[in-house]
Design a binder for this molecule. Structure first.
Ligand code: PMP
Length: 409
């Protein structure tokens, strides 16, 4: 796998040229949202300029074109993640809505007292809060697979947690706080051995590595457009066709029905059954363009570029001596983000000093409060990388840390 032409890639992202107080922005908040390259912005603005219309196959030319573009985007996503076809690809608002769709549609109907939902201690609130609340409503129990000292899942504990009482396992593919890459195929296999379903949160995985949902054998898999060079407002729920067919709709309305009478209604075919109302048409066009963009670079290349930067950042931060880094050491089960704390400085203060240097990082609980409780800290700082980041930008991050240390000494 050859290296990325980062300079060439950066020219597609004018936002990276922005300056604050005469300093060029160093954007290291990619795990929250990635930047959007010109081809994606162009695809969306072209859609609004030349194609904009409602979908659901209106009679006129524009509606036909908009419908085709919207439908085709499902095919493109299916191909990208190795799904069987558009029937298995539902467009949602984001990963969070994908979680809620399954929790409400499947969980609320299928779970009851005696059933167990198995999560991991590193779940994002998107899955943790959702399953916790659905379990509370249905009388099901929630169990958490422990993490070990290095921030990896304790797979012996996973084997203890997943039993014949397990109804569904919901696990994050890549942790947005620790950077851990979880063995999701193995977890799914464990779930299936006990006739349980598996839901994988791929919000931090699909943007930066090849993902094949059929190889993982996940029953459900979710991710967001805005973390993979695509627009906000669109997310994906992959689900196995036979499961989606059995599930009740999550939201009702126009566009998702087959036949409606004053008394009752029947549902449209997949995936439309789960996409009521006027959908995110321009965003679907943008997501397709983002997939084209990423695949042209190559997902393997993106993965190794990010891992290289994360490893460099890890080494530089470790060499500082007073920086605590969370998650596994660099290696095959660590992704392109680094969560850390500087001993003497609160993560929020650190992020604020970084901001004085135009270095954009995130500080807070990253929607993993229980995990932070377990780590024994209220907040952490997080630098996360993408295709356009460079080693020089990691150097600027470290220089800003040195500045923060001096200011607070
Ligand atoms: N899961 C993980 C692992 C995430 O990192 C995020 C985003 N921080 C989400 C879920 C939620 O994504 P969204 O806000 O797009 O719904």
């Amino acid at each position: 796998v050859g290296a990325l032409d980062v300079e060439r890639i950066r020219s597609d992202f004018p936002i990276l040229e922005r300056e604050f107080d005469d300093q060029q922005v160093v954007y290291l908040d990619n795990a929250a949202t990635t930047q959007t390259p010109d081809p994606v912005v162009d695809a969306m603005s072209d859609y609004y300029r030349y194609t904009n219309s409602n979908v659901h196959r209106g009679i006129h030319h524009l509606s036909q074109e908009a419908s085709e573009a919207y439908e085709r985007a499902h095919d493109r996503v299916a191909e990208f993640i190795g799904a069987g076809g558009r029937e298995e690809v539902i467009f949602t608002k984001n990963t969070t809505e994908s979680e809620n769709l399954v929790a409400y549609s499947w969980g609320l109907n299928e779970l009851g007292p005696g059933d167990e939902v198995v999560l991991t201690e590193m779940e994002h609130h998107a899955s943790l809060v959702t399953w916790q609340q659905i379990a509370n409503q249905t009388g099901a129990d929630v169990k958490y697979i422990r993490i070990d000292e290095d921030g990896r899942l304790d797979m012996d504990h996973a084997r203890e947690c997943i039993t014949d009482d397990t109804a569904i396992l919901s696990a994050v593919h890549v942790s947005n706080t620790l950077g851990t890459v979880n063995p999701v195929a193995e977890l799914t296999e464990l779930a299936h051995e006990h006739d349980a379903l598996s839901f994988i949160d791929g919000a931090q995985a699909v943007p930066n590595r090849p993902v094949d949902v059929e190889a993982i054998d996940a029953d459900f898999y979710a991710f967001s457009g805005h973390k993979m060079a695509g627009p906000t407002g669109i997310g994906v729920l992959y689900g196995k066709q036979h499961l989606l067919e059995e599930m009740e709709p999550y939201l009702y309305g126009g566009g998702m029905i087959r036949k409606v009478t004053f008394e009752d209604s029947t549902w449209a075919d997949l995936p439309w059954k789960f996409e009521p109302g006027t959908p995110q048409i321009a965003e679907a066009v943008g997501l397709e363009a983002a997939i084209d963009y990423l695949e042209e670079i190559g997902m393997e290349r993106i993965q190794s570029h990010e891992e290289e930067l994360a490893e460099y950042a890890y080494e530089r931060l470790e060499a500082e001596g007073d920086v605590e880094i969370y998650g596994p050491e660099p290696g095959p089960d660590r992704s392109g983000l680094v969560g850390f704390n500087l001993e003497s400085v609160h993560a929020h203060d650190l992020a604020s000093i970084m901001n004085d240097h135009a270095v954009a990082i995130r500080a807070g609980d990253h929607c993993t409060q229980p995990l932070h409780d377990k780590l024994g800290v209220a907040a952490s700082a997080r630098a996360s990388f993408y295709v356009y980041n460079t080693r020089e930008e990691v150097d600027k991050l470290v220089a800003a840390i040195d500045d923060a240390r001096q200011l607070f000494a």
